[in-house]
Design a protein around this ligand. Structure first.
Ligand SMILES: [Fe+2]
Ligand SMILES: [Fe+2]
Length: 306
């Protein structure tokens, strides 16, 4: 008698989730124990690599003392950590929604739960690092808070993984650079290293899920997702230049204008986004008019094709 076999369409995802669960058990951190919170800051070290500061090479930058530049790098790092905290909170809400309708006994859902736990630790780590740096937590501007409130509750699953991957990939690229840079404060480098290790698993899982969901989208839904991603990156590029980070660093209001026009910032954006934009093009998540929005926001190189 022939034995009936049915191929499991989720076998690939199940295997990947199992591997990631093992890796999570072996290589996770508790920042409360794995960061030396008693170590003093190192004098003369940056909080962000100098060439990644938004004012680097602008006329105002050359008028600042080294100390002022370092304070400015501290406020920029604190501001981007503030954005990071909001992003992590959005992600853990969205991953919880993915969990809600699924079977908790599956490796996929168990990894998603692990991811939520990781993000909770990251949010607390980020807040403590900002305090230790001698800065204050940057609260999310209300426009972003309000649009996020809706977004995290209504986006469909494919969009959820696409948004998660977008933010994780961009932060990942910058944090890899920060972790490797010896001119940067050890505290910030350790935070970045911890985050890079744990986020690598989230990125891997998001890619696996996305590659399953995107081919199932209708033309109209794919186009809507392209638009959502492009508008998200446009909003990110606008909110990135928080006026408060310049005023807290003691800089005049004109500093923000110089930063927005700074070609080095566009270079930072496009190099941080290179891996995700290449990947999204391959999936059809960037193209046509949406590519123009990505380019205008600085996240696609000016000479890239549509
Ligand atoms: Fe995280
Ligand atoms: Fe993550």
């Amino acid at each position: 008698m022939a034995i009936e076999t049915t191929a499991d369409p989720l076998a690939g995802q199940t295997k990947k989730a199992r591997q990631l669960l093992v890796s999570s058990s072996r290589h996770s951190y508790d920042p409360r124990l794995d960061i030396d919170w008693d170590a003093p800051l190192v004098e003369g070290k940056w909080f962000l690599p100098e060439k990644r500061c938004t004012l680097y090479s602008t006329p105002i930058w050359d008028t600042l003392t080294l100390e002022q530049k370092i304070v400015s790098s501290r406020e920029e790092m604190a501001s981007s950590i503030g954005l990071g905290v909001w992003t992590e909170h959005m992600l853990l809400h969205m991953v919880s929604r993915y969990i809600y309708d699924r079977n908790v006994a599956t490796p996929q859902v168990q990894f998603a739960l692990t991811e939520v736990a990781d993000e909770v630790r990251h949010m607390i780590m980020f807040a403590n690092v900002v305090e230790k740096m001698g800065s204050e937590v940057y609260l999310t501007p209300w426009r972003i808070r309000e649009s996020g409130r809706l977004l995290k509750s209504v986006v469909p699953v494919a969009a959820l993984w696409a948004l998660i991957l977008l933010t994780e990939e961009i932060f990942d690229q910058i944090q890899r650079e920060v972790a490797a840079d010896e001119t940067v404060q050890p505290l910030v480098r350790t935070m970045s290293r911890i985050h890079v290790v744990e986020e690598a698993r989230h990125i891997s899982f998001a890619r696996t899920e996305l590659e399953r969901f995107v081919p199932q989208l209708s033309k109209a839904r794919l186009s809507a997702l392209r638009t959502l991603l492009a508008l998200s990156i446009q909003t990110f590029s606008q909110e990135f230049f928080n006026p408060l980070m310049y005023s807290r660093a003691g800089l005049p209001a004109s500093a923000r204008k110089e930063a927005v026009a700074n070609p080095y910032v566009r270079e930072t954006f496009s190099s941080a986004a290179e891996r995700i934009t290449t990947y999204y093009r391959s999936l059809g998540l960037i193209g046509g008019s949406s590519a123009r929005i990505w380019r205008k926001a600085g996240f696609l190189k000016a000479d890239s094709r549509d």
